[in-house]
Design a protein around this ligand. Structure first.
Ligand code: BG6
Length: 482
């Protein structure tokens, strides 16, 4: 099975912050891969914009260097062809300098996407000048990155800034988790199979565990992370999106508003989290390196690099089924997995001595993407009926064949969706605000109580209190395995 490449119409993609880290590490490499896959037409252009006066050739050299550093090597002809599609304009977001040059570069009658790969303080001046320079038309799209605000009030401000100049249908808020192949597979597994849906509720599901464990630390992003912490950096967005996809009702169609309406209902149905149902952690020195405080150079930092919490979706389907979420940096392994823990069979016909094993459906998002269903069978051999659970294991790579080992990355898919005008995998303004409305009181509670995160060794599975969170409920986390 070979994944199909469906060409997109010609477009102009303007990247504000073209020399920045995100543009160089994610956006331009993603565009390069789509270019190599043959998804663009001949007249497509990338116009990078930044303050420094590099000139187009200087900027192309920077891009070539970044692609090489990231291992995106191709033959020289392909690289030269890709670079020839890139132009560069230097301009100032706060004055009109350079805007005429930008207006001259973009063409009429084609998709014109403006990627705000810049800090949120530039959203307002950029939005204003895009409009003032007559760059908004029916095919204009605005792409913005997370973090979308740092609390509800700042997210509302950003939404208002964008809404003053653009229609919601033109705004693409990126959460790159939604662009991951396997995250979309969550929807395919749930809504493409009859098998799971009848069991997908509190009658059959005991609880759900969502783990996004990382081995990376925060090196190079100290300043941002000190003000964000795991709650703002990961839980409010990526984990919240995973929770939504697992918990939402089947949308009537796989279209932007049908899907986003259902996700919004989940966020709005979340109960507030009790302080004793949440654990904050901060990594200390360990096998993976120095402590968080050493890394940020702040011996008194109380920023969390780990969060575990118990959430409740108060609706008909999920009343009584807790969702346990955890994420952390510098953990023992990189592993994002969702475990749906089914209830025990109501009665064992084999007697308690045979043992009981509840079914577990594990959806591995990364790495080693795939699904495992643990099922109970008879332990082989004589001597009566003893039960044992074994995995029905499927790795997507094996099942789909070697030609699918390297599917388009999240940014590749999302940027192409922007060009196609498909907002299904982007967050709507009300969704982002609802997520902050749930997150804000948790952070405010920590601040008012002067909460200090629990230390955990770098390279471990997180603070011991996270185990207790489960243990108190008579449950335990599944292991964090690569
Ligand atoms: C980003 C966070 O949004 O997601 C990072 O800011 C985190 O802190 C990253 O490391 C994780 O993304 P991925 O794709 O590596 O799982």
């Amino acid at each position: 099975m070979v994944s199909r490449v469906i060409p997109v119409d010609p477009f102009d993609l303007v990247i504000f912050g073209g020399t920045g880290d995100l543009a160089q590490r994610k956006i331009l490499p993603a565009l390069f891969r789509r270019f190599c896959a043959g998804q663009w037409s001949d007249t497509t252009r990338i116009i990078a914009v930044a303050r420094s006066p590099h000139g187009a050739d200087g900027f192309r050299q920077i891009v070539a260097g970044s692609l090489q550093d990231l291992g995106h090597s191709r033959d020289t002809a392909t690289l030269t062809e890709f670079l020839s599609r890139i132009d560069y304009v230097h301009l100032d977001a706060h004055s009109n300098d350079g805007w005429h040059a930008l207006s001259d570069r973009v063409q009429e009658d084609r998709v014109r996407a403006f990627y705000f790969s810049v800090g949120p303080e530039l959203f307002a001046p950029l939005a204003e000048r895009i409009q003032a320079n007559g760059l908004v038309n029916a095919k204009t799209r605005i792409v913005v990155e997370k973090p979308f605000g740092h609390d509800l009030s700042s997210a509302k401000d950003l939404n208002a800034i964008l809404a003053a100049r653009f229609d919601e249908s033109q705004i693409y808020r990126i959460d790159h988790y939604l662009g991951k192949e396997t995250v979309q597979n969550l929807m395919a597994v749930r809504f493409g199979n009859m098998l799971f849906e009848p069991l997908w509720n509190s009658q059959y599901v005991d609880h759900i565990q969502i783990t996004v464990a990382e081995t990376v630390g925060i090196d190079g992003r100290e300043e941002y992370y000190e003000h964000a912490g795991a709650m703002r950096d990961m839980v409010q967005n990526h984990l919240m999106q995973l929770l939504c996809l697992i918990a939402m009702e089947p949308p009537a169609k796989f279209d932007p508003d049908a899907v986003r309406d259902e996700k919004l209902k989940v966020i709005r149905a979340l109960d507030s989290v009790e302080p004793h149902h949440i654990v904050r952690g901060q990594f200390s020195a360990g096998p993976l390196g120095p402590s968080y405080r050493e890394v940020v150079g702040n011996p008194r930092s109380t920023t969390e690099s780990y969060v575990a919490l118990r959430a409740h979706v108060s609706n008909w389907r999920w009343a009584g089924t807790p969702f346990y979420l955890r994420t952390g940096k510098r953990l023992v392994a990189r592993s994002s997995v969702i475990n749906v823990m089914f209830k025990d069979a109501p009665h064992s016909i084999f007697g308690e001595e045979a043992g009981r094993h509840a079914n577990v459906l594990s959806i591995r998002l990364q790495p080693n993407e795939g699904i495992t269903l643990r099922v109970t069978i008879k332990e082989p051999g004589p001597g009566g009926m003893r039960l044992v659970d074994v995995p029905l294991d499927m790795s997507f790579a094996d099942a789909l064949g070697p030609e699918n080992q390297d599917p388009p990355g999240a940014y590749e898919r999302l940027i192409m969706d922007v060009i196609r005008g498909n907002q299904t995998l982007f967050m709507r303004g009300d969704e982002v605000e609802a997520a902050w409305a749930w997150t804000d009181p948790i952070i405010a509670g920590w601040q008012s109580r002067g909460d200090v995160p629990k230390p955990y060794d770098s390279g471990s599975t997180g603070p011991g209190d996270a185990e207790l969170l489960m243990k108190r409920d008579g449950r335990r986390w599944q292991g964090i395995k690569p």
